[in-house]
Write a protein that binds this ligand. Structure first.
Ligand SMILES: O=C[C@H](O)COP(=O)(O)O
Ligand SMILES: CC(=O)C(=O)O
Length: 219
């Protein structure tokens, strides 16, 4: 695996273009916490078969970094990012593992500044106008709204579109087939994230089916 960490950081404009491209490809971004290492490939394959090829692998379990590494090596056609990146040490670890994008649930000045130096584009989490302004001052224009439904959902996004006309969001947290069309209809929403399609208690094909059904709602 080529070490992402050795590459120079692209400009923020280039990173925004990368985020836009991967969100356009994703439309729906599964937020995945790997419970067992043996789930990594079958879960990714089920999502892929259902049409979801941009995957956010969180660091909420000990298998997160392994999953990023293995998917980069064994499923190179997928776009694999890291989620729940909470500080600069986790940022360095996911860069080294080969993450193609980085997501955080919230924003700290230290993490946002560290990500400016990173070759990998970051989608920082925000839950308020003030947090957007902290990122905005550093050049960030694309954010994850988290936890979206708790933060006010589509009404909050419509309101945020007033002062932040050049900002686009990936709402995550409480998104499901019941509301994803309302989110995706908003001009400042570029994709949605969530975990609702990941229930494999009825087998991997249920994940494929849930993914395909969700995407079909957007056609
Ligand atoms: O914490 C974020 C979740 O993993 C994604 O949200 P969700 O489970 O409500 O879809
Ligand atoms: C919420 C989310 O996307 C994260 O944990 O990074």
């Amino acid at each position: 695996m080529t070490q992402a960490i050795s590459r120079p950081a692209p400009s923020m404009a280039e990173k925004i273009d990368s985020i836009d491209a991967l969100c356009a490809r994703a439309r729906i971004m599964p937020v995945i916490t790997i419970a067992r290492e043996e789930d990594i490939l079958p879960l990714a394959d089920a999502l892929d078969a259902g049409g979801l090829q941009v995957l956010e692998i969180t660091l909420r379990s000990p298998h997160g970094l392994t999953a990023i590494r293995r998917l980069r090596e064994e499923r190179p056609h997928l776009c694999v990012g890291a989620g729940t990146v909470l500080d600069r040490h986790m940022l360095a670890a996911v860069e080294e593992a080969g993450a193609q994008f980085i997501v955080s649930p919230g924003s700290t000045d230290d993490l946002l500044r560290a990500a400016l130096q990173s070759p990998v584009p970051m989608l920082p989490g925000v839950a308020s106008a003030s947090e957007i302004m902290v990122g905005y001052a550093l050049g960030y224009r694309r954010f994850k709204l988290f936890p979206a439904e708790v933060c006010g959902g589509t009404a909050a996004l419509k309101a945020l579109g007033g002062p932040f006309g050049d900002i686009r969001f990936c709402p995550t947290g409480g998104v499901s087939t019941a509301n994803l069309q309302r989110y995706m209809a908003l001009p400042n929403v570029m994709c949605v994230g969530g975990s609702w399609m990941l229930d494999s208690s009825n087998g991997w094909d249920a994940v494929r089916q849930a993914s395909a059904e969700a995407l079909a709602l957007l056609d």
